[in-house]
Design a protein around this ligand. Structure first.
Ligand SMILES: Cc1cc2nc3c(=O)[nH]c(=O)nc-3n(C[C@H](O)[C@H](O)[C@H](O)COP(=O)(O)OP(=O)(O)OC[C@H]3O[C@@H](n4cnc5c(N)ncnc54)[C@H](O)[C@@H]3O)c2cc1C
Length: 293
């Protein structure tokens, strides 16, 4: 993998003789190495895009800096269950607990039980007991789970850091979790990864078509990604603290009672609608009034 000229007629223009010699040398080295390690392949590109997730190797290689770092706030385990019917997606929130339930492939139901990160050691010590105890905050769900059967082993993590990485630089860009990672509690990672992919594709097109210098369009990508995700990032950090949701319950009940508001909130979660479009003063005031009525 190498960020450099794409070839003699590549988008960055003709190679200099120095670059040609360096390239020939690298190719010779690659050919030599391939005799012993046949999987090594040498490629040239004007830009390398790291869409390689939280532990991005590309980010490490380019030494991308991070900011607004916040360590993991929550931890959790999930499992797939059969014969646990659910009419749709369920969220159960209590102080120090979050439960997500959603139907998935093969008639299975995926159930995630999250706790504060400080409880990782207890959780790990007995995953099943802690998970089942967590479900008790939603007694009807706990009954359904007891009547069903676990289809796959528990999987979990407490490595859910929150940060922005510098998302572009000279010859490289990061996208998705590689660029920006936060607790999965809001379930918006995939929507944000698509948003980043679109913004980056637009920036690359502008650069490669010569409409804007590539360095400028990549800087614009970096700023725009931040601008369009910062609200969700802040909201996610608040949610992941797993504070007592009681003060917000009437607001969320008002959303649940309003078909259009529910649809809009789900659009926000999937990334189809911007956070600010929904969480604006007018909508909040309307729903708060409805919840007080
Ligand atoms: C427990 C949990 C629950 C979640 N629930 C949801 C949810 O309900 N909804 C939602 O939207 N989001 C959810 N997320 C977040 C979501 O999974 C991520 O935000 C999303 O997957 C990010 O996509 P990505 O493509 O950037 O990274 P990833 O999905 O991590 O993909 C990166 C890919 O790069 C590959 N890779 C890594 N290194 C290399 C390398 N050196 N060479 C080649 N390939 C490499 C990896 O194998 C991987 O396939 C959840 C996350 C967790 C941890």
């Amino acid at each position: 993998m190498s960020a450099g000229p794409a070839g003699p007629a590549g988008p960055t223009g003709p190679w200099t003789s120095h670059e040609t010699w360096v390239s020939l040398l690298l190719q010779a080295l690659a050919l030599k190495t391939m005799r012993t390690r046949p999987c090594l392949v040498l490629r040239h590109a004007s830009i390398v895009v790291g869409a390689d997730g939280l532990w991005s190797r590309v980010a490490r290689e380019v030494d991308a800096s991070t900011d607004t770092e916040q360590p993991s706030l929550s931890c959790g385990y999930y499992a797939y269950w059969s014969n646990v019917p659910t009419a749709g997606v369920e969220f159960h929130r209590r102080a120090g607990k979050v439960i997500l339930v959603f139907p998935t492939h093969d008639d299975l139901t995926c159930i995630y039980v999250g706790l504060p990160c400080s409880e990782t050691a207890t959780y790990r010590a007995d995953v099943r007991a802690t998970y089942m105890a967590g479900l008790e905050v939603a007694p009807q769900l706990a009954d359904r789970v007891r009547a069903g059967s676990q289809a796959e082993a528990f999987r979990g993590t407490n490595k859910l850091p929150n940060f922005y990485r510098r998302a572009s630089g000279d010859g490289w860009a990061l996208v998705g979790d590689a660029a920006y990672h936060r607790d999965p509690i809001t379930g918006m990672g995939i929507g944000d990864a698509f948003l980043g992919a679109q913004l980056l594709a637009d920036a690359l097109a502008l650069g490669f078509e010569g409409k804007t210098p590539l360095a400028e369009s990549l800087a614009q990508y970096r700023r725009e990604l931040r601008r369009q995700t910062q609200d969700v990032y802040d909201y996610t950090l608040k949610s992941a603290e797993l504070l007592d949701p009681e003060p917000l319950m009437s607001f969320y009940c008002a959303i649940a009672a309003d078909h259009d508001a529910t649809r809009q909130l789900m659009n926000v979660v999937t990334g189809a609608q911007s956070f600010r479009e929904f969480f604006n003063k007018a909508t909040i005031a309307r729903l708060t009034t409805a919840s007080a009525a």
